[in-house]
Design a protein around this ligand. Structure first.
Ligand code: BJW
Ligand code: ZN
Length: 246
């Protein structure tokens, strides 16, 4: 039997034996829907890196430029639909007793596919919030200004996403902690595994005995803790894996 065939069967067996499954996803699972990843060739906008633009410092020094970047991404999402990888995770959720879909993605594609227990660690492009008061709104309803201002207090609105150095939403962290404590298998798909605290969720689940199954085009720091690494595009590998699960 070929190595990749043996790895796939092992991953199927691990999922067949598990009632409580967590999945941690990153930008790679949306790549086949046409959403650019962060690190790598696609992660540039007008010559600036997405990683550098997604920071409080960039917003402080150039709020209009950062809003332009986010409006571009929000607009680009309008024509984007979930791929087979997203859809296969809906099927996986339905066959599990407990299921957590922890995502670092802000594109809303897991919910659009039909996943229910979605934990958005890094917020969402669908919403904006005030930098001073508690006002928030859908990005569909933003005032048409280069830097939209808060209708309640007049200060700047910002995308409701999590930038470097900022805390993650407390309810999302609590749910992700529960997943780490309870899951028997954690599938980690399409993430470079370099951003904390998301990456540590996989390391910690592995350390407490959960089987980590990684799906990625290449090895990552998470491969070290993975019981099985399935190399290939998640839009192909995830449906194949879930299709074989009882
Ligand atoms: C495919 C594929 C296909 C392609 N199929 N695969 C401990 C140690 C060191 C540093 C820190 C630490 N704790 C905290 C930090 C600081 C920092 C951090 O992690 N820094 C490291 C980078 C060094 N973390 C934070 O600041 C976080 N906050 C925090 O910890 O608060 C508490 C705190 C505050 C202050 C001090 C200390 C603690 C916040 C992190 C926020 C990340 N935000 C972003 C932007 C979101 C908004 C937006 O979208 O604009 O989130 S950055 C960006 O990276 C985005 C992503 O969600 C995130 C992860 O990227 P992801 O998803 O992994 O994408 P890529 O592009 O990196 O990888 C794609 C992968 O897919 C690759 O592996 C490909 O091979 C693969 N792939 N196509 C399968 N078809
Ligand atoms: Zn306000």
């Amino acid at each position: 039997m070929r190595d990749d065939e043996r790895d796939l069967r092992l991953a199927v067996q691990l999922l067949n034996d598990a009632a409580r499954v967590a999945v941690l996803t990153g930008a790679g699972v949306s790549a086949e829907s046409g959403v650019p990843t962060f690190r790598g060739a696609g992660g540039f906008w007008r010559g600036r890196s997405a990683v550098e633009l997604a920071t409080p410092g960039a917003f402080r020094s150039d709020p209009a430029g950062v809003w332009e970047f986010y409006r571009f991404r929000i607009g680009a999402l309008a024509g984007v639909t979930p791929n087979e990888g997203h859809r296969s995770l809906v099927t996986l959720e339905r066959r599990c007793e407990r299921f957590w879909l922890i995502t670092q993605n802000v594109d809303g594609l897991h919910r659009a596919a039909g996943s229910e227990n979605v934990i958005e660690l890094h917020g969402s492009l669908a919403r904006a919030r005030c930098t001073s008061c508690s006002y928030d709104c859908r990005t569909d309803d933003l005032p048409d200004e280069a830097v939209p201002s808060c209708p309640r207090c007049g200060d700047r609105l910002r995308p409701a996403v999590v930038w470097f150095g900022e805390s993650l939403p407390e309810p999302a962290v609590r749910s992700a902690e529960e997943a780490v404590r309870e899951c028997q298998v954690m599938v980690v798909a399409g993430t470079s595994g370099v951003v904390e605290p998301a990456a540590s969720l996989a390391h910690r689940a592995g350390a407490r005995g959960a089987a980590v199954v990684e799906v990625n085009l290449e090895e990552t720091p998470i491969s070290r803790v993975a019981r099985v690494s399935l190399l290939g595009p998640s839009g192909v590998v995830l449906p194949r894996l879930v299709g074989l699960v009882d």
